[in-house]
Design a binder for this molecule. Structure first.
Ligand code: CA
Length: 233
């Protein structure tokens, strides 16, 4: 059994919400943060979640990280084709972060800088690694996580769905424990709100999704913000 919450908000600065999110039964969750001029970012992130939904609908629901990765590959082809056929969509792309839970395992597949976190007891951990320029610097020890959050190039991704022919999709699975809380989010949350505040909201809020959006807006809401929270009972 899981408790699920989702919310998205355009934020306080931007005119369009280029994020998309989706909950697919059984127990599958995805967020996507689109990029590109005009409305192209919205088109890319929406195509991502729609294609994942369609792909999974055609696949027997014994889904694992390989199936989730194939769903991303399928979306990559569709978005690339759309961008090649339409001048106004040239250069569009999107992050893709997908989680599927069963009783025992958490399966995920991921491209870009949206994130999955897991709260287990008092341990709050980022499960995904960002595919971003600043994360490359952090891994090399040239930048701290705190400095990365405010770095002028923090939005530069090293890969995005729909923007390149070949993707290096991160995919893995982890054991699930009762009481785990999973958070999927776009960077509009993590760039505005620190980990400690996010973890406290997950522990205490009646509706953690709405509370996380409120926290991002209170901190300035400089970007679109989207969250899905899944509590395992
Ligand atoms: Ca964003």
């Amino acid at each position: 059994m899981t408790r699920k919450f989702q919310a998205t908000h355009v934020g306080r600065v931007r005119r369009n919400n280029e994020d998309s999110l989706i909950i697919i039964e059984p127990e599958t969750f995805a967020v996507a943060d689109g990029m590109g001029g005009a409305s192209a970012g919205e088109v890319a992130s929406q195509m991502l979640v729609e294609t994942v939904k369609e792909f999974l609908a055609e696949t027997p629901p014994i889904w694992d990280e390989k199936i989730l990765s194939r769903a991303i590959v399928s979306a990559n082809e569709k978005i690339l084709n759309m961008a090649r056929r339409n001048e106004e969509y040239r250069g569009m792309g999107t992050t893709a972060t997908i989680l599927h839970l069963n009783d025992k395992r958490a399966y995920f597949a991921h491209v870009g800088d949206s994130r999955i976190y897991r709260l287990r007891g008092n341990s709050f951990e980022q499960i995904t690694e960002d595919h971003s320029y600043v994360e490359t610097l952090v891994r090399r020890g040239e930048l701290t996580h705190e400095a990365a959050r405010v770095h002028p190039l923090k939005n530069v991704l090293t890969q995005a769905v729909g923007a390149m022919d070949e993707l290096n999709i991160d995919a893995a699975n982890l054991p699930v424990e009762n009481g785990d809380i999973y958070l999927l989010c776009t960077d509009g949350l993590t760039n505005m709100v620190d980990d400690e505040t996010v973890a406290n909201i997950l522990k205490t809020a009646h509706n953690p999704a709405d509370a996380l959006i409120d926290a991002a807006l209170s901190a300035g809401g400089k970007d679109n913000v989207s969250v899905i929270v899944v509590g395992v009972d």
